[in-house]
Design a protein around this ligand. Structure first.
Ligand code: ATR
Length: 290
């Protein structure tokens, strides 16, 4: 359903570079349509030197809320009025909520990942986890594992120094020692037992659909459930290898969905029903078909 844009229309948007392939307008404009909210969501391509002006300008224009994507999730923090505790710990913000005098930053990537995992029936509490990757996407997963009380997280990365830095940061943020950095080349040294795996590298992302970060079929024998943060393709090579070895595997589309839903809820102070979330999910599934 198309809403009429009129004098009361509220605006939300996305700050990033690039933003041309984003699925966020599909999520938010669908939600606005379903909830009969007079709200429009548009992407804004912002150059690095204009980031501060963009945030200030958004406030000046009475924009209700913004998403922030690559490469500004950390840089945007110094332009905020306030920041949520968890986003502050992670050092990354993807959602700006309008408050008195500016915006408050949240990280709905991590909140969305948690909602997505709950929705798939995946629990983190007391779990042993293999987390692949130490970049921006894996970072949210590492903080989530620590926050939700995973027993042990083996943080595997090609560059072990990055894994060490991230592990150290997360362990320190939560004053615990549950994240253990491991060089991806040393995957055979992991304990021989079934674990949950989270795939947070960019390996296998469309169009490189035939690649997985580890090819060895033996590795997959120890994965009972896997969550791949990639959603394009819908079934990554990593997910195929998990399934072939008898495990269950899910892609990252629900993380994308729920990070959007959580942002929309924060902006509009509403709770989105699961039925509505499911309808938007179907719409996204159509859009990401490759
Ligand atoms: P994102 O925002 O998707 O997390 P990123 O921050 O650039 O992107 O991180 C990419 C992740 O994928 C990193 O963990 C990277 O490993 P390195 O830290 O060693 O670079 C991982 N990655 C990318 N290409 C890879 C490859 N060919 N083999 C193994 N890991 C790879």
């Amino acid at each position: 359903m198309t809403m009429e844009i009129n004098g009361q229309t509220r605006l939300c948007g996305l700050i990033g570079n690039p933003v041309e392939h984003t699925l966020s307008p599909a999520i938010h404009n669908a939600l606005a349509g379903k909830l009969l909210h007079n709200l429009v969501y548009v992407p804004f391509h912002v150059e690095k030197e204009n980031l501060g002006d963009a945030v200030k300008g958004a406030y000046g224009l009475n924009i209700l809320g913004m998403n922030v994507t690559v490469p500004y999730k950390s840089d945007v923090i110094r332009h905020l009025q306030d920041i949520d505790g968890l986003a502050d710990k992670i050092g990354a913000v993807n959602t700006l909520v309008r408050v008195e005098g500016g915006y408050k930053g949240y990280n709905t990537d991590i909140l969305g990942l948690y909602r997505a995992m709950c929705n798939e029936g995946i629990s983190l509490e007391g779990e042993k986890v293999i987390l692949l990757g130490a970049g921006g996407a894996a970072r949210a997963a590492a903080f989530l594992c620590a926050q939700k009380g995973a027993k042990q997280v083996y943080l595997l990365n090609r560059s072990v120094d990055k894994a060490e830095r991230l592990a150290d940061e997360v362990n320190r943020a939560f004053n615990m020692n549950c994240i253990k950095p491991v060089s991806a080349a040393d995957y055979e040294k992991l304990p021989d037992q079934k674990m949950l795996a989270i795939q947070g590298t960019s390996v296998g992302l469309y169009p490189n659909v035939d690649e997985a970060v580890i090819d060895d079929k033996e590795f997959y024998r120890n994965i009972h459930t896997a969550y791949d943060l990639i959603y394009r393709p819908a079934e990554t090579k990593f997910m195929q290898l998990v399934k072939e070895a008898g495990g269950q595997a899910y892609n990252g589309l629900k993380m994308l969905l729920y990070q959007g839903i959580t942002a929309y809820e924060l902006w509009n102070q509403v709770e989105i029903a699961e039925k509505t979330a499911g309808e938007v999910y179907e719409l996204l599934r159509e859009k990401v078909k490759v």
